[in-house]
Ligand binder design. Sequence first.
Ligand SMILES: [Zn+2]
Length: 64
Amino acid sequence: MRTGLAEVCLDKPRAAWMPVGEFLSTLLQTVAQQRCRFLHDKISRPVEGKYRCWTCHREFETDW
Ligand SMILES: [Zn+2]
């Protein structure tokens, strides 16, 4: 039986893609937040250093 070997081969690419997926999700999150600031003007007052967008209900920190 070579099932154990096949599992190892299948696990390798999946593990290699994990950081890329995390990086992409972080990047998309940042882009979405930037776009939110420009396109959505219904933003709440800052609470504890965080704004909340009433259009997409997204929370983002204030660094400006
Ligand atoms: Zn928004």
